[in-house]
Design a binder for this molecule. Structure first.
Ligand code: ASP
Ligand code: MG
Length: 414
């Protein structure tokens, strides 16, 4: 049993759909479950549509642009009158209907934004059928059960697992095409699993099916030791231990969604990262292994905010101060990326989620003198060697620096 995941970049146009179908063709026709994301930048477009509609503005021109984008793909793949046109049209009707329902912001967000994956999976399924593949379309929401934490649905594993196991007979004769990113609550509301969560969906299906592997098809040749757009000399890892890959995602490498590794590592299911433009490239194998002398891994995390809390009364930073700071962070569900203390200040850096961070600063100001900087970049160098260590320590504009025996982090003004 194999699980494949294709992201939005691989399905951004009709040629992309054809390419995905040809990769699927080489691996089908049975014991293959395929998870797809929304096409191209559809999720961003749906977010925009939702935010316009909920703030009382007219979203109709944005809806038309999104519909036109999908219609163009359809026209290149299917003759006029094909059943897929009706299927996609009814999902766009559903979009309009969801925008007029009343409900909590996040709840409506999930009902709206999930439609991107439903549309793309319907298109891929019909295209495979037109190519005489034994495709079976699955509504992932009938399998992935979650709580009602909208936009960050937490998986109800026992129920999800028993739902997914029902697929085994179907998979014996079919390629199952389903959506990433989405699930459903007990009450029947659609939930999403967090942005870029389709990788995680693939891991959920694989874990519950005890698959032999998961392959994430990407526009890069594999997992690289740096973002090639930033460091053109970046190289591809042939293989990586699960732990190393999990830590990379923690530091902000966005090649795999952070929640993906754990369910796979727990079951010993290898994760392959391969290139959809050139499937003959070996890609990266993430599995249980030891790799000697990994090259330094360099991760850039933008949009960071550095906050310094200074005690105002000539005392030193104490555990009580730290505890108040951490309580404020946890009450807002904020996560630190780096922290550092001195006699009278405690400084930390976190992702600048403006709304929440400003609320945090307001809270902290009740007890501390607070300073903050935004627009910073956190550079993490894992498994550094001497030249990289020296290079990044002397990077211009360093505001904060921290190192352990394996990892150097510098926060810089870009
Ligand atoms: N389409 C969703 C997103 O863009 C999920 C995913 O791509 O993994 O966030
Ligand atoms: Mg995506």
């Amino acid at each position: 049993m194999k699980v494949f995941k294709f992201g939005g970049a691989s399905l951004k146009n009709a040629a992309g759909v054809k390419n995905v179908a040809s990769i699927i063709h080489q691996h089908g026709p049975n014991n293959l479950l395929v998870v797809v994301s929304a096409m191209g930048k559809t999720t961003n477009a749906l977010e925009k549509i939702h935010s316009l509609a909920t703030s009382g503005q007219n979203a109709s021109s944005q809806i038309t642009i999104l519909n036109d984008y999908h219609q163009e793909i359809l026209r290149e793949l299917f003759p006029a009158g094909h059943a897929v046109y009706t299927a996609v049209a009814s999902l766009f009707k559903e979009l309009e209907a969801q925008l007029t329902t009343s409900g909590e912001f996040d709840q409506v967000y999930d009902q709206v934004v999930s439609l991107g994956e439903l549309i793309s999976s319907v298109i891929v399924h019909h295209y495979l059928l037109s190519q005489k593949e034994a495709s079976h379309w699955l509504d992932a929401r009938t399998c992935i059960a979650t709580d009602a934490c909208f936009r960050e649905g937490k998986v109800a594993w026992p129920k999800t697992s028993s739902n997914i196991q029902q697929l085994i007979p179907v998979l014996e004769k079919h390629i199952v095409i389903t959506q990433g990113f989405i699930g459903r609550t007990d009450a029947g509301y659609t939930t999403t699993l967090g942005r870029e969560g389709s990788d995680f969906s693939a891991a959920i299906f694989a874990s519950c099916l005890q698959a032999n592997s998961v392959t994430i098809w990407k526009d890069v040749p594999g997992v690289m030791n740096a973002d090639p757009k930033r460091l053109p000399a970046a190289t591809v890892f042939e293989e990586l231990p699960f732990r190393e890959a999990a830590e990379m995602t923690y530091y902000g490498a966005n090649v795999i969604h952070p929640k993906t590794i754990k369910p796979l590592a727990n079951k010993g299911i290898p994760l392959l990262v391969k290139n959809f433009e050139d499937p003959s490239l070996p890609g990266t194998r993430i599995h249980e292994c030891t790799v000697e002398n990994l090259p330094p891994l360099i991760v850039f995390k933008d949009n960071q905010c550095l906050i310094s809390c200074k005690v105002t009364d000539y005392t030193f930073i104490t555990e009580e101060h730290l505890s108040a700071i951490f309580q404020a962070l946890s009450s807002l569900d904020l996560r630190l990326n780096v922290m550092q203390n001195s006699a009278i200040t405690f400084s930390f850096c976190l992702d600048f989620r403006e709304h929440k961070v400003l609320a945090l600063i307001q809270k902290l100001q009740q007890q501390f003198e607070v300073y903050y900087n935004t627009g910073l970049t956190l550079i993490t160098i894992k498994n550094y060697d001497e030249p990289t260590f020296e290079k990044y320590r002397s990077h211009p504009g360093v505001l904060l620096e921290q190192s352990s025996r394996s990892t150097l982090q510098v926060l810089v003004r870009p």
